[in-house]
Design a protein around this ligand. Sequence first.
Ligand SMILES: [Zn+2]
Length: 229
Amino acid sequence: MSIHAHPDDQEFTVGGTLARWAREGAEIVTVCLTHGDAGSNRFTPPDMTRARLAQIREEEQRAACRVLGIKELVFLGYEDGVLTATIDMRREVTRLIRRHRPDTVVCGDPTVRFYGNRYMNHPDHRVAADVALDAVFPSAETRFIFPELLADGLAPHHVREVWLHGASRSDTYVDIAATLPQKIEALREHRRQLGDWDPSGMLKMWAREQGKPKRLRAAEAFRRMILDD
Ligand SMILES: [Zn+2]
């Protein structure tokens, strides 16, 4: 289960790994906490509304998932740009984990505030990562947390591994040489966000950088948590 704040977050960060896992037969569920309906930039026409943008971004995320080989996509419909780690949100993510029962959850690292000197991590990204981790542990596996989920027939579920991308300390490197073209193609499906910008140079550079510690030509780096039963 790949959990993110916005449409396109997954494609920027973990698309190569997910495409590889899908090729290897994994069933993947993508969860977007928002529709990305605040995602306006210089490419956004002045007459665009939030409702229309939400619809476009959902369609683009569906197309991107198809490219990566992901069949299941869930939107939780929280408001983009002002994501707050509420108990309601944790319950809804817990509900999805108990329903789909993933072996592995992929999300961001909520502790990272700055990436280099040029990008401050978006607050929605930190919240999405925080909520994903809190839902994995302890909520998903603890019977007496959110007892209302039991009443809905959703039994506790133990997630075995959590893979954090963009982590302050990476320890696991996935070779994405074979799926990097797919990652680029998937990101390109987010046409409204990208406008006329070609993301391939940046994604290739990131893949090269992340592969360096293991002498891989192209990789995605993670901090991998293996959770005791
Ligand atoms: Zn984002």
